[in-house]
Design a protein around this ligand. Structure first.
Ligand code: AMP
Length: 183
């Protein structure tokens, strides 16, 4: 299984990606988690990424593209992967296409979890991550609509996109996803 999760911050990508990764026994690759770990470990990547993340801006592409190239070259990804939080703009999506072609892979599913802004704000405010304060949330939604939402159109045009309603209870959304991947 090779699945790309799209959707705004707070849509439930992380939760659903980790459930599906358990079911399919493939690594759950969250660029946000990798960056937060890098900050916790005070690595050069973490030091470079921190201010962008605190503001709710995207971390510059060169850092993210190196990170994803490294991660997808690790042997555990041979059996598949679930990408969560990448690609976040059209340039990253184009890079991913090229990288996957190089390593003779392709995504079987691109899933877009749909949740309205009103519900996202309520969910994000309730989550309590350091970048979940009101100002950063506003900025992350702005960045999402400006830079990340065009990625949906990118995959729509390639004909590989599945829109999944994401406002219902977690278990119901999981069921929809299972129906998609298990046919
Ligand atoms: P997330 O955990 O996916 O909500 O990501 C948290 C933060 O990490 C985002 O607000 C960005 O600052 C950064 N980030 C995560 N993934 C990416 C990416 N693919 N490109 C750029 N920045 C990212």
């Amino acid at each position: 299984m090779r699945l790309i999760f799209l959707g705004p911050p707070g849509a439930g990508k992380g939760t659903q990606a980790s459930i599906l990764a358990d079911i399919a026994q493939v690594p759950h690759i969250s660029t946000g988690d990798i960056l937060r770990q890098a900050i916790a470990d005070a690595t050069p990547l973490g030091q470079k990424a921190k201010d962008y993340m605190d503001r709710g801006d995207l971390v510059p592409d060169p850092l993210i593209l190196d990170l994803i190239r490294d991660r997808l070259s690790q042997s555990d990804t041979q059996k598949g992967w679930i990408l969560d939080g990448f690609p976040r703009n059209v340039k990253q999506a184009e890079f991913l296409d090229q990288l996957l072609a190089e390593i003779h892979q392709s995504a079987n599913y691109v899933v877009n979890l749909e949740v309205s802004d009103e519900i996202l704000v309520v969910r994000l405010l309730g989550r309590g991550r350091t970048d979940d304060n009101e100002e950063t949330i506003r900025r992350r939604l702005e960045v999402y609509h400006g830079q990340t939402a065009p990625v949906i159109t990118y995959y729509q045009n390639k004909g590989t996109l599945h829109n999944i309603p994401g406002e219902d209870e977690m278990a119901e959304v999981t069921q929809r996803l299972k129906t998609l991947i298990q046919g």
